[in-house]
Design a protein around this ligand. Structure first.
Ligand SMILES: [Zn+2]
Length: 319
């Protein structure tokens, strides 16, 4: 069952990534059209499907970031909600699990491919839980130059009303759920969610399984924050834990370790070049990611883009 799920998830993700790459996300700015608009256009056509994970947990893939769902007779507990243009397909996928309504949604961070469905989920009865910085970003316009896009404020119904600045523990139909702030990492608003008894961790975008990650340097993210979060993810799990990344197939401890080590090695290579006084363009030309590109660089964030993101996020004095 798990093998099947992973292979399906992999396929769905490849499709998503191919679309994104075609949209121009893999290229250096500037884009003919912002990747956000291209991804939204694809989300209108997305086919979202639920895959069983463990116990009452499932994962929905196909609309932006992964959506983790804990089902119960009374309602569902979601981690992230996908893109609102995929609403009909997400609703259909949720109904293949059960008819129970959404009761809670945790936003792992403010990015729209994780928060855009908040308003319609809230209208179906869900309480939105997030870090205070997610509320801050969703309450105003947020510019991301790396995407050439300004996110408008979310409608009032789409804004979180339960805020987690450090940690929160909840009980949901007998399952213990721990939620906590990573500190600044992928953005300034990243939360992890751990389902204790089923032993399933949702990392949000601190982990992209199999791909170079986006890093939102303009809104609190940095390579050093990503590495801190990657180390925390490794420490938090055992060989038995199932881990749902923000993007990519479900994985586990071994994949988290490989990802952490990749981030550290590339960070150190880029930092050494930057410390020598090389410009961003010179560092990109030196191809510090080359050993990893085959495995990690094929899709959304290509090697040059990732190098720029690492370079830009390093303090000028770092070694
Ligand atoms: Zn993100």
């Amino acid at each position: 069952m798990q093998r099947q799920m992973v292979s399906w998830a992999g396929m769905a993700h490849l499709l998503f990534m191919a679309i994104v790459a075609l949209a121009g996300f893999a290229a250096a700015p500037s884009y003919a059209v912002s990747p956000v608009i291209a991804i939204n256009d694809e989300a209108k056509k997305a086919v979202v499907q639920a895959q069983p994970l463990r116990g009452d947990l499932s994962v929905l893939e196909g609309s932006g970031g992964n959506i983790t769902v804990l089902n119960s007779p009374k309602g569902k507990f979601l981690v992230d909600g996908g893109i609102a243009y995929s609403k009909d397909s997400i609703v259909q996928a949720l109904q293949t699990i059960s008819n129970a309504p959404p009761l809670f949604v945790v936003n792992t961070h403010y990015h729209w491919d994780h928060t855009d469905s908040n308003a319609w989920l809230h209208e179906l009865g869900a309480t939105i839980i997030a870090h205070p910085n997610t509320l801050k970003h969703l309450s105003t316009s947020t510019r991301v130059d790396d995407w050439e896009f300004t996110f408008p404020p979310a409608p009032a119904a789409g804004r979180p009303t339960v805020l987690v600045s450090k940690t929160k523990t909840m009980k949901f139909n007998g399952t213990t759920i721990r939620i906590a702030y990573y500190g600044p990492s992928h953005t300034d608003s990243d939360l992890w969610v751990y389902f204790v008894e089923p032993d399933v961790l949702a990392t949000g975008d601190t982990w992209w399984n199999g791909y170079y990650p986006f890093i939102d340097n303009e809104n609190g993210g940095s390579i050093d924050g990503m590495i801190r979060a990657a180390k925390e993810n490794v420490q938090r799990v055992t060989e038995k834990t199932l881990v749902v990344p923000g993007h990519g197939p479900v994985g586990g401890r071994a994949e988290l370790i490989e990802y952490r080590d990749m981030l550290i090695d590339i960070r150190n290579k880029v930092a050494a070049l930057k410390h020598q006084g090389k410009s961003q363009a010179e560092v990109v030309a030196a191809k510090p990611t080359a050993a990893y590109d085959r495995k990690w660089g094929g899709f959304v964030i290509n090697p040059d883009f990732f190098t720029r993101l690492v370079f830009d996020g390093l303090p000028t004095t770092s070694k």
